[in-house]
Design a protein around this ligand. Sequence first.
Ligand code: TYD
Length: 135
Amino acid sequence: MSLIHWIDFPKIGDDRGNLVVLEENKNIPFSIKRIYYLFDLQSDIPRGFHAHKELVQVAVCVKGHCDILMDDGKNKETVTLGSPDKGLLIDVMQWHEMRNFSEDCVLLVLASDIYYEADYIRDYAEFVREVNVKF
Ligand code: TYD
């Protein structure tokens, strides 16, 4: 499991503009059970601050940009999401924090399952303990 795993989506472009296709079990490496998006975000109010036990997600900034800190319990890296043709895989047990949202940022997230609060680890100390047991 690498910390930063980008997925490049082919752009179907012509003189009318661009089109990107996201397909489950093709360029999205799971069956998509849920889609949600974040918008009207505040650049100085970070979000996320959790990891998932089972859920796998792909985040795509379809408009604007934001930073995302990825942390697997050993290494941390911050990357910028800002291309509608690039997705970031958020694998199981990857602590993530999103911040520095541009005013126009729309962050689309595709998820491998429906929403279960029980799948979240929202306490960083618990995450570090669990990740060291698991991996
Ligand atoms: P939260 O986990 O705080 O968002 P973020 O990770 O972006 O900081 O979620 C905000 C609220 O929305 C929280 O009450 C849980 C709820 N929620 C759902 O009901 N369903 C969902 O699919 C998601 C992602 C969140």
